[in-house]
Design a protein around this ligand. Structure first.
Ligand SMILES: *Cc1c(COP(=O)(O)O)cnc(C)c1O
Length: 462
């Protein structure tokens, strides 16, 4: 598979280079040059298969033969051996035709493990083969950080620097990052919000000489391999619920547009997905652009679903690329606008097309809490606030009661204990392997919102 940049001015690359590079050198994101498709019979053959076997079949066209089939199978086995549930991403039923897809059974209790556990082994494989080492720099609004750290901790092939907005991630989230004592792990608490952190990381990537100096790499959701790993659970869950003989709908609590974009790719690959609902909290830039075409960056407002407190949704550029028929010049025009005046507009056929694929709904803080309460009362189940945002949007936007509606459950409730306890009176317990998290020692440094300070820190500590 060849990969091309959404902005049309970077060299096309193979899978391994896309994996290591992250952001393209023209500022764009890498996308596959075409989406492989599966026939109805191909999809039927997934019935009864293990998660790992479906994963191999779904991802193979993106990865092999650059990585051999035997090696890739082995990588998939290792990646998902850390999940505490045999089905890896099991479905749980809420009502007659309503489900949640539990994506939180990995080491850090959020859906990002599904992709990042795979990425760690892919990095290891490719870097060992090439005899190279990389410096990974990332920004996190909470869950990416710990998942990325778990993905590369104690590996000789990578040094990782993770920026989080100081005081704006939950205690559990911070501790999951800062209690990892591996010498190749560096946590930085930055003065500012998540978008400030992400802007610093983007600026590093755009500084080509620094980028080469430290062999910079990314595990943020701009990395194609992450999107790719997330396509798999749309297939496993849809097949479990009767696809390809019936359609399935999905609602996705959305921040950076990575997880839902993976659902869009699954649909392009032939999975019969009826509705794809984008669920946002009051940071609603995606709901706005999909309902009115207006993508205007506002200021980030903190919520009880902090992993979605985002105003710039990086992966949206990948969808724009398809809406504009792969015209890199159009994407450059929109992104230049965004840089200069903090907004762009999509309209006409592009907006129509986006609206024919996606629904969107913005969920208030009150409704998020009410949903946590309702699910506890009706289903005797504790859910985290991100999942609650999804369920609320799913219930509002579901347009056909005969189509199963699946909401992606993106985090374990114990990751956000305060919000859950406030509403239900129940304290969600951490699973046994993490029960002593609050007794573990922490290690991290503070950093100003200053690019030069970040560069010096990396030079000094890598
Ligand atoms: C990262 C995250 C999201 C948002 O996912 P995107 O791929 O950025 O849209 C939602 N919920 C949780 C718990 C997350 O960690």
């Amino acid at each position: 598979m060849k990969y091309i940049s959404t902005r049309g001015q970077a060299p096309s690359l193979g899978f391994e280079d896309v994996l290591l590079t992250g952001l393209a050198r023209d500022g764009g994101l890498y996308v596959p040059s075409f989406f492989p498709t599966f026939s109805k019979n191909d999809i039927k053959s997934f019935r009864g298969m293990s998660y790992q076997d479906v994963a191999f079949r779904v991802m193979k066209p993106f990865v092999c033969p650059e990585i051999s089939e035997t090696d890739f199978k082995d990588i998939i086995e290792k990646a998902y051996s850390t999940f505490r549930h045999k089905a890896v991403t099991p479905l749980a039923q809420l009502d007659s035709n309503e489900w949640i897809l539990e994506l939180f059974h990995g080491p850090t209790l959020a859906f990002k493990d599904v992709a990042l556990q795979l990425l760690g082994h892919l990095f290891d494989h490719v870097l060992t083969k090439r005899g190279r080492k990389v410096t990974i720099v990332g920004a996190t609004s909470g869950d990416t950080g710990s998942a990325a750290i778990e993905c590369v901790r104690d590996r000789a092939c990578a040094e990782i620097f993770m920026l989080h907005p100081k005081g704006r991630v939950s205690d559990v989230q911070r501790k999951q990052m800062t209690t990892v004592m591996s010498p190749n792990v560096h946590n930085l608490a930055v003065e500012g919000n998540f978008d400030d952190c992400q802007a610093m990381v983007k600026a590093l990537f755009n500084d080509l000489s620094f980028r080469d100096e430290i062999t910079l790499s990314a595990v943020n959701s701009i990395n194609w391999a992450r999107v790719m790993a997330q396509i798999v659970y749309y297939f496993t869950s849809a097949v479990a619920l009767g696809a390809p003989d019936r359609e399935i709908s999905y609602t996705v609590p959305t921040g950076n547009f990575g997880d839902i974009y993976a659902g869009y790719v699954a649909r392009q690959m032939g999975l019969p997905i009826r509705q794809l609902v984008v669920a946002t909290n009051r940071n609603d830039i995606l709901t706005r652009v999909l309902t009115t075409g207006d993508y205007t960056i506002g200021s980030v407002s903190p919520t009880i679903s902090p992993s979605m407190d985002i105003q710039v949704s990086s992966n949206f550029e990948r969808l724009l690329f398809d809406l504009y028929d792969g015209e890199g010049s159009e994407i450059r025009r929109l992104m230049d606008n965004l840089n200069q005046s903090k907004n762009f507009t999509i309209d006409g056929p592009q907006l129509d097309r986006a609206q024919s694929i996606f629904d969107a709904f913005q969920v208030s803080e009150n409704d998020t809490e009410a949903t946590i309460k309702t699910i506890f009362e009706d289903n005797c189940m504790l859910i985290d606030p991100h999942t609650a945002v999804g369920i609320k949007a799913a219930r509002i936007k579901n347009s056909d009661i005969n189509t199963p509606m699946v909401t992606l459950s993106t985090a374990h409730p114990a990751k956000f204990p305060d919000a859950v306890k406030k509403v239900t009176g129940q304290h969600p317990a951490l699973p046994p392997h993490m029960a002593d998290l609050f007794d573990r020692e922490e290690k991290y440094d503070f950093l100003d919102h200053d690019l030069d300070a970040l560069k010096s820190y990396i030079r000094l500590n890598r």
